[in-house]
Write a protein that binds this ligand. Structure first.
Ligand code: F6R
Length: 613
């Protein structure tokens, strides 16, 4: 995690850097810092806490300078504090660094450097790297970019770094391995950032750096890229496709609310040009060349983390249902370390909003090393996961900035439905009539989501009743078991209320002991699939005086009578219910968190892009 941004060019750097930090704050907000090169000196300012605190700290100070870099931190090594905040300086103060990632062999390097007389002021792994660069530069008398290159050859771990040198007041050195880094190329200026959001208002020409590449960026000179093994690379300049409006709040109080309300559009966008309901077919251009391989696969393994893992679970249910290929779903963090059985005939699908999750990336590398074909379902175009996979399908949900994932989940599920339908048609595993019906049902989902969003006020009223609870349960069966998990995750991560998701029938194997009159139980109980069984589970909770909040199919009079509160959603096919049932749960969590004065977009201890394992 951590967000980094840098600038060199004719403009004042500070406004660009501070705005960039606000855009990147979703990546971590434990501390923030900035370095400006002025009068051949490195001026460093840092603060514990959020970017706004840095901005307040700097108000009235001289922040002039046309080259600089800035950092917003998600703490890994060392507590959130000013001392541990980036940028970090080398011992002789001639160099400064910002870093996103983890230097795994930092302890060894630190003790070697200590033996050579270096003093450490912070507990971070990053400080090790800048002392190492200084050490190499001093001993080998090489330019700073060469010292960075040599140092990176000694480093084990992940990094996106920017280094400034007071001896080179027009030069930025940037490098990456495992953590993302984008270089923006303007007319006579350059930008560097963890993602494109700090860059898009200045230029849409970008270079997504690859692992083990170093960018040597100098004002008025062409961008130079080389590998850490010293091979020159031609920069591959791409056009950005996002616009500024997509990354602003657009009148909503929070990004999370905006993103919840964007779902009719984001689901439509994820299906645009792929779902042809009237013509009766589905296409997924990104995996076209792999279709036959997928159809012949013995098994599909899906790997992901968090909300994306929940989407994968929905995918498991629907691909097995539609295509009859066995599917396994794995937490990336477990998969990568547990010596899994992977065959060349397996298809591994990695699902990730950010496309940067370190565990998912490592799971991909493992699967590739065993010869499997690896596909990606990612939201961020050009992200590390999108590039590490053999092929894939972008979700096109647009930038998701709220730390809690909302529209990315429904876009992932939409893509998984398309994937299942495409294979089912090619494989002939479902009747044509069912296939056409599902196409039309899927096509109708965005407008059904719109009708659910109209219930926002009613949902807010329900949220008010439960905002002070300490615990909660979310229960669902079949396709709605992952929805229960996702509902519980949304509540706990943004409101800090303890929430557990369970398959409804599992409740009696333990969690039922928790139920009393103070326990709200959210049932996802559409009139589809195992509806009758859900009624029995609801009775079991009622008998123990638990409070029932039920997500029901519109017009279900039975559950209206049984539940303490209900939210009606339009009817749809059983396998598409997650796309609808998730929406009220997102809204409940959002409103509860707002009423509890929680920071909805930046919940404590979290970061949007988990680039550490
Ligand atoms: C929860 C949430 C996280 C992410 C997880 C994976 O709201 O956002 O659980 O889903 O960190 O992130 P991606 O999808 O970027 O790989």
């Amino acid at each position: 995690m951590c967000g980094i941004v840098a600038y060199v060019g004719p403009r004042e750097a500070y406004p660009i850097l501070i705005k960039g930090l606000y855009r990147l704050e979703y990546r971590g907000y434990d501390s923030a810092g900035i370095c400006l090169v002025r009068k051949n000196d490195l001026k460093i300012y840092k603060c514990k806490g959020k970017v706004s605190e840095l901005e307040t700290h700097l108000s009235g100070k001289d922040v002039s300078g046309t080259i600089g870099m800035a950092h917003t931190r998600w703490a890994t090594h060392g507590e959130p504090s000013v001392i541990n905040a980036h940028p970090h300086s080398s011992q002789n103060k001639s160099l400064s660094i910002i870093h996103n990632g983890i230097i795994e062999n930092y302890a060894v390097l630190r003790s070697e450097l200590k033996n050579r007389g270096y003093h450490f002021t912070s507990e971070t792994d990053t400080e090790v790297l800048i002392h190492l660069i200084e050490d190499i530069q001093t001993n080998e008398k090489v330019p700073v970019e060469e010292a960075v290159r040599i140092a990176l050859n000694q480093v084990i771990g992940a990094y996106a770094i920017v280094v400034l040198s007071k001896g080179c007041p027009d030069k930025i050195i940037a490098a990456r391995k495992g953590s993302p880094l984008v270089v923006g190329i303007g007319k006579d200026e350059f930008f560097v950032a963890s993602d494109a959001t700090p860059i898009i208002e200045y230029t849409d020409n970008v270079v997504f750096m690859n692992d083990e590449e170093i960018a040597i960026i100098e004002r008025d000179k062409p961008l130079k890229i080389k590998t850490i093994t010293n091979q020159d690379k031609t920069p591959y300049v791409q056009k950005l496709e996002i616009n500024l409006g997509e990354i602003e709040k657009g009148g909503f109080d929070h990004f999370m609310l905006k993103e919840i309300f964007e779902q009719p559009r984001s689901i439509r966008d994820s299906m645009r040009g792929r779902l042809h309901a009237d013509l009766g077919f589905v296409t997924l251009g990104g995996i076209h060349d792999y279709e036959q391989k997928i159809l012949n696969a013995d098994r599909i393994i899906m790997t992901a983390c968090g909300t994306s893992w929940h989407a994968a679970l929905v995918g498991e249910y629907l691909i097995e249902d539609l295509v009859r290929i066995p599917v396994e779903v794995e937490y990336s963090s477990e998969f990568r370390y547990r010596n899994p059985v992977i065959h060349e005939n397996d298809i591994v699908i990695a699902i990730s909003q950010s496309g940067e999750t370190a565990d998912t990336l490592a799971a991909i590398e493992l699967a590739k090393s065993k010869g499997a074909t690896v596909l990606g379902i990612c939201n961020v175009v050009g992200s590390s996961i999108a590039r590490a996979t053999h092929a894939g399908v972008y979700t096109h949900a647009g930038p998701e900035i709220g730390v809690a994932s909302t529209k990315a989940f429904t876009a992932q599920v939409s893509v998984l439905v398309l994937f299942g339908l495409l294979l089912a048609q090619k494989k002939g595993t479902i009747p044509q009539s069912q296939f056409y019906r599902l196409l039309h049902e899927l096509n109708a989902i965005p407008s059904k989501v719109e009708t659910i969003l109209k219930l926002n006020d009613q949902i807010r009223n329900i949220a008010r009743i439960y905002k002070d609870v300490k615990n909660s349960l979310y229960l669902g069966r079949g396709y709605n078991f992952p929805v229960a998990l996702e509902g519980a995750l949304k509540l706990k991560e943004i409101s800090y209320i303890h929430a557990e998701g369970y398959p409804a029938a599992e409740m009696k194997h333990g969690p039922i002991a928790l139920i009393d009159e103070s326990m709200p139980v959210f049932f996802i109980a559409p009139k589809r699939g195992t509806y009758e069984k859900m009624i029995t589970n609801i009775e079991e909770v009622k008998a123990r005086k638990g409070k029932i909040i039920a997500i029901i199919t519109r017009g279900d009079e039975t559950l209206k009578k049984m539940a303490d509160h209900y939210i009606e959603i339009p009817d749809t096919d059983e396998m598409l219910v997650p796309l609808l049932a998730t929406i009220p749960l997102q809204l409940i969590s959002y409103h509860i968190a707002v009423m509890r004065n929680c920071n909805v977009d930046q919940p404590r201890n979290l970061a949007k892009s988990v680039t550490v394992e």
